[in-house]
Design a protein around this ligand. Structure first.
Ligand SMILES: Nc1nc2c(ncn2[C@@H]2O[C@H](COP(=O)(O)OP(=O)(O)OP(=O)(O)O)[C@@H](O)[C@H]2O)c(=O)[nH]1
Length: 486
């Protein structure tokens, strides 16, 4: 995400590197890059102008800190300004003095409104709040069913009156129902249109006037770009919003929407959608978004995501298994599934500094490797998974797994050899007193398993395998004798 913007800014501060003073003349190039980057990222023109003017003023007024390169100082100014433009952090949902809190969801078709409704309900449920979702989209035939399915998935009830009823009446009855049930929050999903149209806005305005929501959230697809500003303005003027949810930030989107929505509406972005799954919702943190824009990597988000998925007791168990070299393919499979649950590999890698520039092809290769590895492990017997050495010793087992998973025997050999190598390395690290990595067991090790992403050739002990791709190199083999456990 935001790679184009990040690259532009990198160019901008490169131009300041080596200068010992930020001046009207030497800052112009850098400002021009910032301007161009933001426009290319589809930020609204007015937002760009205000932003660049603020940055210029702050940069010129800044004292040059001795020992600090002006380029770095400039980055800090751009960063601080970005954080400011994007508004407050982690703004909570409105809360009614007397329940239920009514939340109205608005937005164009396909922006992720229905999904965001369910994501919010799950988010609230995890905070021990009870919810009811109301399906008022009577125009898109599958919309009601979609909400019902999501409701079943997250165990949240859905109120609907079929597709012949009047949406305003459904919303009103839905809130009544929520009162009757005594739930904490009622979330009203509304119909979208492909573009802003008068009927849709009028209906939304009537729903709003009828249910008096405490929060009216505009759901904006982050890929909307420049249009996000106009869209936000129209909803703000005609409906009046109290916040926004920016969806599809896991995709390859431009940064424009994040900057524009807040600036144009004056209302906070409360949450971001980072995937299709119902769990893929996060509070909005402008500072994290700014460091992402500036290519600093969003490590905090990554750590939080990992913590959500990982059970600490599991981590401790895994660590002692690693230290005792008892880490097996069952543990490995568990880790892979965990990684999958955390979102797409691409999305995860983009949060790690230095990885954000990995090409789509690299990421695709990594994802393919993950799938291939999972297929091979799935073809192993329980005994083989628990005892990887069985596979190291038996070409016939490896052949059977290759047949079962649809891959070559050499692929299975490579998997087993890399696994053993990784396990040995982990064990050696453990013995050497390397600090354990809380929350992220074996992530690095898993990276090493991907043939396409820093993949390794089999260690010497594996070279004798039938189907092994590497030719024996006697000298090296002798030198490294004892490395493999085989
Ligand atoms: N990658 C990604 N996909 C998302 C996200 N949020 C929603 N989607 C997908 O976007 C598509 C549209 O989402 P919906 O929730 O049906 O959109 P909607 O705004 O309710 O659409 P209408 O009901 O037609 O107005 C679906 O395929 C969702 O799975 C997100 O944060 N990331």
């Amino acid at each position: 995400m935001f790679d184009a913007l990040a690259e532009r800014l990198e160019d901008a501060w490169k131009k300041l590197r080596g200068q010992n003073k930020i001046s009207q003349s030497n800052i112009q190039d850098a400002l021009q890059e910032v301007r161009r980057a933001l426009l290319e990222a589809d930020v609204n023109l007015q937002v760009v102008k205000t932003f660049v003017a603020e940055v210029e003023q702050k940069a010129l007024g800044a004292e040059v800190i001795s020992g600090v390169n002006p380029g770095q100082q400039f980055i800090k100014i751009v960063y601080d300004e970005l954080v400011k433009v994007m508004g407050e952090s982690n703004v909570p949902l409105a809360q009614a003095d007397k329940p239920p809190t009514v939340i109205l969801m608005a937005g164009l078709q396909g922006t992720g409104k229905t999904t965001a409704t369910a994501k919010l309900a799950l988010y609230l449920r995890k905070q021990n709040q009870t919810c009811l979702m109301v399906a008022t989209d009577v125009y898109r035939p599958a919309a009601i069913d979609q909400l019902i399915t999501l409701g079943q998935q997250i165990d949240v009830p859905v109120f609907e009156m079929g597709s012949d009823a009047d949406p305003v009446e459904i919303a009103r009855a839905g809130v009544e129902k929520a009162k009757e049930m005594g739930v904490d929050t009622v979330l009203i999903d509304t119909a979208g249109r492909l573009q802003i149209d008068r009927d849709m806005m009028a209906e939304l305005a009537r729903i709003k006037a009828t249910v008096n929501p405490h929060d009216t959230l505009l759901v904006v697809d982050a890929m909307t770009g420049q249009e996000a500003a106009n869209l936000t303005r129209t909803f703000q003027e005609q409906i009046g919003i109290t916040g926004a949810i920016l969806t599809k930030l896991d995709g390859d989107t431009r940064g424009g929407a994040a900057l524009s929505v807040r600036q144009v509406s004056g209302q906070p972005i409360k949450f971001v959608g980072v995937g299709e799954k119902v769990e893929a919702l996060q509070p909005f943190y402008p500072d994290r978004m700014a460091s992402r824009i500036l290519n600093m990597g969003d490590v905090l988000t990554l750590v939080e995501k990992a913590q959500e998925q990982i059970d600490i007791a599991d981590v401790e168990k895994m660590q002692s298994k690693i230290l005792e070299a008892k880490f097996d393919f069952n543990d490995f499979l568990k880790q892979m599934r965990l990684l999958k649950n955390m979102g797409s590999l691409g999305g995860l890698l983009k949060m790690i500094p230095g990885f954000s520039k990995l090409s789509g092809a690299d990421i695709e290769k990594g994802e393919t490797e993950l799938k291939r590895t999972e297929a091979m492990i799935n073809s192993m017997t329980t005994e083989e998974r628990a005892n990887p050495d069985l596979l190291a010793k038996s070409p016939s087992r490896r052949r059977r797994i290759a047949r079962g998973s649809g891959y070559e025997e050499s692929d299975v050999t490579k998997l087993v050899s890399n696994f053993t190598r990784m396990r040995n390395m982990m064990q050696q690290m453990g013995r050497g007193g390397m600090p354990a990595m809380p929350g992220m067991p074996g992530m690095g090790g898993m990276g090493g398993m991907f043939g396409g992403m820093g993949g390794q050739t089999p260690p010497p002990g594996f070279r004798g395998y039938a189907g092994g791709s590497s030719k024996p190199k006697k000298k090296k083999e002798k030198k490294k004798k004892g490395f493999g456990t085989l």
